[in-house]
Design a protein around this ligand. Structure first.
Ligand code: ADP
Ligand code: MG
Length: 152
């Protein structure tokens, strides 16, 4: 089968469990289930990279930033359902629950892994962010920053 990327996503940001995104220094915005049906069909659990935008974030200009996305099993649904959570590589001054989040998924970083320590998890999140940023530096990806998905 051919590569499924780019995969566009959009939906209003949902409240998660607050399970440590912010304490790990890595808040992740949750997408609604109905917005990730195609993603779930095409992709296995794991960490992905791409671009994201929150046009209505308070005080923002709708800029497009690199992102890392985790597609993982959600304990709330007894691990029967996948959830997509996106960390945008930008320091927002405020939360943006309820605002529209747009993203384009461009590639796969790694499978979902189990961690024995908080330190190991934090170290790996940092690696994911670096991999995402370095991957997106490739000139071929530049066009997706200006994709119609983000300008419409
Ligand atoms: P939750 O469990 O509700 O997802 P998190 O600790 O993961 O809680 O925080 C996620 C929330 O933080 C997002 O829904 C968004 O409103 C806010 N937020 C602020 N900055 C960012 C960012 N750079 N990337 C993603 N979410 C962010
Ligand atoms: Mg989160």
């Amino acid at each position: 089968p051919h590569t499924p990327y780019p995969i566009p996503l959009s939906g209003s940001v949902q409240k998660g469990f607050g399970r440590g995104g912010k304490d790990l220094g890595c808040p992740t915005a949750n997408l609604p289930d109905e917005s990730i049906e195609r993603l779930v069909e095409l992709c296995k659990p794991g960490v992905y990279y791409g671009y994201a935008q929150v046009p209505g974030a308070p005080g923002q200009d709708g800029k497009v930033y690199p992102m890392a996305m985790s597609l993982g099993w959600n304990p709330f649904y007894k691990n029967e359902r996948l959830t997509a959570e996106i960390h945008i590589m930008h320091k927002y001054e405020n939360d943006f629950y309820g605002k529209e989040l747009k993203a384009i998924v461009l590639g796969y970083i790694r499978p979902e892994l189990d961690y024995t320590s908080r330190e190991a998890l934090i170290a790996d999140i940092d690696t994911d962010k670096q991999v995402a940023i370095r991957s997106l530096e490739r000139p071929g990806y530049k066009v997706f920053e200006d994709d119609a998905h983000f300008t419409q």
